[in-house]
Design a protein around this ligand. Structure first.
Ligand code: PLP
Length: 404
């Protein structure tokens, strides 16, 4: 075992969602009816427009004329063109040669770490666990960027503890797990900071579709200067329900350099060695998701998930429980009762209310004292969920760790 990548030893036990899933599954196998608000997985079927595009593309590839073999590694022109149009709608100019289609933001971001050697990586904590795991596996040093109620869970450059130079800065907005979205002025401060310190920002925009507030940027490129220092990752998972289908894109401005190298060229080179492209039928489905009809269908579903989260937020705030998110995001980040750990609160909710949530520590050490609930739920289950939560918190009198 001496030759194994030591980075794996730095990882936590199982990936957090597998661990929670196993506990919940055992209960369900015993006949318990649980309500799951622990993951960010879609619960509605694909939209009609997307499904029709899939079926028609599948039929096309079953003909002599329509058959397609390996797709272009960086994606078909038709999808890049649709992505470019989506950005024009956000008043952002992106060129087709700056777009790299992928099979999910998880693999795009984790793969992107292949490009860096000894750079220090600034990782939001709490944050999407893939960032820290990818750093560990790549042998890169992670500097934690702490989110807390004090900084509104939107840490700014002034929250950094050590001087930074030529770093990789990961930002996620709207953020998983806290559900908070960066206002323009804070994003601008990150862009100026990155330019000044010759750093590069990796901007995870997986949840941009949930932004309702028109003053909040849905792309980092809406911020002046971002094309000099930022890469953006977008996904069809949370906007169009592609969690099973798998399609995403990475935007790398054509002149973006880091450590003296052109990042677009490096990424293209990396992809040609490790990736063989996204299936034609999936790219046709993604193109359909960006059509006016497809967008209407996705927006309806995103609206439902967003509304579920908003109702959860309201329910916690009405009880005087501190929480954030749930406005421009499908997630709500909720403080645990006094003296209760995240794990204890999540376990109690599972065992006593039949509600599956994610303990905050799954998102880093600064997640202790919080749980995350998601709005990815059929709306007819919402009243039952709110009822279970209310009676749970009534019974626990807000001191779960002490009296249950
Ligand atoms: N980025 C964030 C912040 C996420 O929370 C997730 C999934 O939960 C992803 C990316 C993964 O997206 P994809 O399904 O495109 O791999």
């Amino acid at each position: 075992m001496k030759t194994i990548n030591k980075g794996f030893r730095k990882l936590g036990r199982d990936y957090i969602f597998d661990e929670i899933g196993k506990k919940a599954e055992e209960k369900e196998n015993r006949g318990e009816e649980l309500i799951r608000v622990s993951t960010g997985d879609a619960v509605f079927p694909l939209g009609k427009t997307v499904t029709e595009a899939l079926v028609s593309a599948a039929a096309e590839t079953g003909t002599d004329e329509g058959f397609r073999g390996y797709p272009p590694v960086s994606g078909y022109g038709f999808l890049k063109c649709a992505i470019r149009r989506k950005y024009l709608g956000l008043r952002v100019e992106v060129k087709e040669n700056e777009i790299y289609v992928g099979n999910g933001t998880k693999s795009d971001i984790s793969g992107f770490f292949d490009l860096f050697d000894s750079a220090s990586v600034i990782v939001p904590d709490p944050g999407y666990p893939v960032y820290g795991d990818s750093c560990a596996i790549s042998g890169l040093k992670a500097e934690l960027l702490k989110g807390s109620f004090e900084n509104g869970f939107l840490p700014a450059p002034c929250d950094l503890k050590t001087p930074v130079r030529k770093a990789v800065i990961i930002l996620c907005s709207p953020a998983n797990p806290t559900g908070e979205a960066y206002p323009e002025e804070v994003l601008r401060s990150w862009v100026l900071f990155a330019i000044r310190t010759r750093s590069v920002i990796l901007f995870d925009a997986a949840y941009e579709a949930y932004i309702k507030d028109s003053t909040i940027p849905r792309s980092i490129y809406a911020v002046e200067g971002a094309s000099l220092c930022a890469v953006e990752f977008g996904s069809f998972s949370k906007s169009a329900g592609f969690t099973g289908l798998r399609c995403s894109y990475t935007i790398i401005p054509e002149n973006l350099r880091f450590g003296g190298e052109n990042l677009g060229k490096l990424w293209a080179r990396r992809q040609s060695s490790k990736f063989n492209g996204v299936p034609y039928i999936v790219q046709k489905a993604a193109e359909a998701a960006l059509s006016p009809e497809g967008r209407k269908e996705s927006e309806a579903v995103v609206g439902i998930y967003g509304n579920n989260a908003f109702e959860l937020r309201k329910a916690f705030l009405n009880r005087g429980i501190r929480c954030c998110g749930g406005v421009n995001s499908p997630y709500v980040w909720v403080a645990c009762p006094k003296n209760a750990t995240s794990a204890r609160t999540a376990d109690d909710l599972l065992n006593r209310a039949g509600v599956v949530v994610t303990p905050g520590t799954g998102f880093g050490k600064n997640g202790e004292g919080f749980i995350r609930l998601s709005g990815f739920l059929k709306p007819e289950k919402l009243p039952e969920l709110l009822g279970r939560l209310n009676s749970f918190y009534d019974r626990s009198c807000g001191f779960i760790g002490e009296d249950l």
